[in-house]
Write a protein that binds this ligand. Structure first.
Ligand code: ADP
Ligand code: MG
Length: 749
């Protein structure tokens, strides 16, 4: 193969090239190389501009026009120094992807009135261009919002996320300006605006909580922190190109399982194959230069499945970084002849991919509010925060489920490998014992977990005084891979997210749910405090007990995949949602509108209606695409091949017969093929009818009902089609089968 040109950052070429790290250089030197960081701003701006910018970020000042102009000038100089020719507002419409429209820095200035009259080409970038841009909004989903007001949408610079220069595979460099996307009337058309709103809600609520617990507290800001583990498949690009289903829908909608797949459990944490490792390190060079703190990489359970994870960051930054991660990985794979699959369930019969969202709360003093301390008196805070999370998840389970529901993730959830759509919380046996002992007013049991045999916590006194709350040992958390929402030592892991989706909406709902629950706790604490200068701490225990009791139904330590859990959950009143449209419908129910619209003002009613419409619309469109793809595959590829093989067999039978031999074998195979292809043909007919029905309703308010009716038929039909086609795959000769098999795709590393 020819040597690849080096595509990486211009200024670090001496330390980094396409072969990776050059001897003697440090990976840390590359970190943030292509980001216009706060530090770089401080060095390139005047003090007054910089101060204005920082205060704007903290919410205490507006950004002056003169400051915006100065920042634009400095950013332009920095970006051009990094090879950029264009700039773009980079935003997150409700398509699940990011969007960008590049504008050149090039402008032509008309110079008149001097000896140099004429047109002068130059690079320009104004404060106005930095702050705001107006993309052609008509083609982004708005769920009817833009038509009700003005057909305009604006992108506005999100000053909380730094600008950066991105390097595309062909070496084009562009200054990216992270942005929100809103309508003329300021209503959210994107994912990020509501995420930022939820961050404000979190901060206000938890600061109030902290100052209530301790009037001397100095925290001014609390943020949610997020660390995202990203799973994906990497497969040979040529196999991918030969699979119509993968190309169009992102998953294989047919394909018979190979005899060896993941049974031997030999892939997880195995040796990373060479071309994959090359892809990952190409990805890392780019990611790290963009300030994405990538930390781990390893093989996952299924063949050709992998995972990467960064160090956690503030939620909105972590999410920007996750979206970039997917894109960079995609490019790195292409460069190495591979294709990344982010779909949640690209292959039936082996594990699908998730995105584990690790979540916690961090104060501006650097304290993790979910970090149990060994000082019992500080654990009041820990336990109350823990209870707020439990209460939030209990009250908002169905909308948390809505936030992770999609046409692709539904193949993973409840499919016996990922948690069912019942949202419950796993705390581990140690924290469970801590809460149980407090509730029952007894001593905490001597505690040991088999895998931590050496660690013993002696019978900690618990005489129901806060000063005697147990010491909580953070290392004592066991693991439960079946739970959708698990405590893991000093953070929660929301494990139900789809690998393909933006983490934005789930984190928004989680932030909001926990804030609303914390607000209830705050109200109880305020009542307790009355006119006292501080809360009588020993009485807080009553509030703790109350919430331990209230939140018990959401705690589940068993196997979330088991049938029994479904029954237990039903008895506890937990909702078990069957499909995405049903999940979306919860967002509009009065109980949740009260939370999302009235209590927290996360959404306006119009924003909420439009969001639910967009979710249903996207679901319906994916259903249509899959249905049509299945039709095409059956009619254009499978039926012709099956009929061809039947003819071959019939000819063979004829000859065999002429020679006087028995042709029963040929006849039996032909019969088998007939019983498979007749229903296949019938399904393609049925699909045509149902798909047009759905297509006619997609833009209307009937969409919700229509999608529910049609979903049932198409989703079941797809399963039926698949089972017939897969049997045909096992019957037809290899050289007659039109697509690469599972073994071709998955077992070539
Ligand atoms: P695990 O606990 O799943 O075995 P790690 O300890 O590596 O694995 O953590 C997984 C992810 O959780 C990483 O992205 C890590 O940065 C993130 N994480 C750790 N602490 C926090 C926190 N306080 N808030 C959010 N994410 C966190
Ligand atoms: Mg994990």
């Amino acid at each position: 193969t020819k040597p690849q040109p080096d595509n990486h950052s211009t200024t670090s070429d001496t330390k980094w090239n396409s072969k990776g790290v050059v001897k003697g250089s440090h990976i840390s030197d590359l970190y943030g190389e292509n980001v216009y960081t706060i530090d770089k701003m401080a060095k390139s701006l005047s003090k007054s501009v910089y101060t204005n910018f920082i205060r704007q970020r903290l919410g205490s000042e507006k950004l002056k026009k003169s400051s915006a102009d100065a920042i634009a000038l400095a950013a332009k100089t920095w970006a051009i120094g990094h090879g950029a020719t264009h700039f773009t507002h980079w935003f997150q419409p409700q398509t699940g992807a990011t969007a960008e429209k590049h504008d050149s820095f090039l402008s032509l200035m008309n110079v008149t009135g001097s000896s140099e009259d004429g047109i002068v080409p130059m690079e320009s970038f104004s404060g106005g261009q930095l702050l705001q841009s107006e993309p052609d909004a008509s083609s982004f989903p708005s769920g009817g919002m833009r038509t009700t007001f003005e057909a305009r949408g604006y992108t506005i610079w999100d000053t909380s996320s730094p600008m950066f220069v991105r390097n595309s595979p062909n070496n084009t460099k562009v200054l990216y300006i992270p942005s929100v996307y809103i309508s003329y009337n300021g209503e959210a058309l994107d994912e990020k605006t509501i995420l930022l709103r939820s961050s404000t809600i979190i901060s206000q609520t938890f600061c109030e909580f902290l100052s209530l617990l301790d009037p001397h507290s100095t925290q001014r800001r609390v943020v949610s922190t997020v660390g995202i583990e990203q799973e994906f498949f990497l497969i040979d690009k040529k196999s991918y190109d030969n699979r119509l289903d993968l190309r169009v829908t992102g998953r294989t909608i047919i394909g018979s399982l190979s005899s060896r797949h993941q049974q031997l459990e030999d892939h997880y944490f195995g040796k990373i194959p060479g071309n994959v490792l090359k892809t990952m390190s190409d990805f890392e060079v780019e990611a790290i230069s963009l300030g994405i703190p990538i930390k781990t990489r390893h093989n996952e359970v299924a063949p050709s499945q992998f995972e990467i994870a960064p160090v956690f960051e503030e939620a909105s930054i972590a999410i920007d970084h996750n979206l970039l991660t997917m894109d960079i990985l995609h490019n790195a794979a292409e460069k190495n002849g591979l294709k990344t699959l982010f779909h949640e369930k690209p292959f039936q019969g082996i594990n699908g991919s998730g995105k584990h969202c690790n979540w916690s709360l961090l104060t501006d003093n650097g304290e993790n509010l979910l970090d149990p301390t060994d000082k019992p008196e500080e654990n009041i805070r820990f336990i109350l925060v823990l209870l707020a999370v439990l209460k939030g998840v209990l009250d908002c389970g169905p909308i948390l489920c809505a936030s992770i529901s999609s046409s692709s993730n539904k193949h993973r959830l409840g499919a016996n490998e990922a948690p069912p759509a019942i949202i419950s919380v796993f705390l581990g046996s140690y924290l469970t014992e801590v809460l149980d002992s407090i509730e029952e007013g007894r001593k905490i049991k001597d505690f040991s977990i088999p895998q931590y045999k050496s660690i013993q916590i002696g019978g900690t006194e618990l005489d129901l005084k806060v000063s005697r709350l147990p010491t909580i040992c953070r290392d004592l958390t066991d693991r439960n891979r079946t739970s959708p929402f698990a405590f893991t030592g000093n953070k929660f892991e929301f494990r139900a997210l789809g690998s393909k989706q933006s983490p934005s909406f789930p984190v928004t709902i989680l932030n909001t749910a926990v804030s609303v629950a914390m607000q209830e706790i705050i109200n109880d604490l305020k009542t307790l405090k009355g006119s006292n200068p501080t809360i009588p701490k020993n009485e807080v225990l009553e509030i703790i007990k109350k919430y331990i009791k209230l939140t018990k139904p959401v705690r589940f330590e068993g196997d979330n995949y088991s049938k029994e859990w479904i029954q237990i959950a039903e008895k506890r009143g937990l909702v078990n949602i069957k499909n995405p449209p049903e999940a979306y419908s919860y967002l509009m129910k009065p109980k949740y509108q009260e939370i999302l619209v009235n209590k927290t003002k996360l959404f306006t009613v119009d924003e909420l209606i439009s969001r639910v419409h967009i979710l249903n619309e996207r679901y319906a469109k994916n259903l249509i695409i899959e249905g049509k793809t299945a039709q095409k595959i059956v009619n254009k590829y499978i039926l012709p091949r099956a009929i061809e093989y039947k003819n071959k067999l019939a000819n063979a039978a004829n000859s065999t017969n002429k020679l006087g031999f028995n042709f029963l074998l040929e006849k039996t195979i032909i019969e088998d093929i007939n019983t498979l292809i007749e229903p296949l043909f019938a399904y393609t007919r049925l699909f045509s009818q149902k798909i047009s029905l759905l297509e006619n309703n997609i833009e209307t308010s009937n969409i919700e009902k229509s999608v529910l009716d049609v979903d049932e038929i198409i989703s079941k039909g797809l399963i039926e089609i698949r089972s017939k086609v897969d049997k045909l795959e096992d019957i037809l000769p290899k050289d007659m089968w039109p697509f690469p098999s599972y073994a071709d795709i998955l077992l070539n590393n």
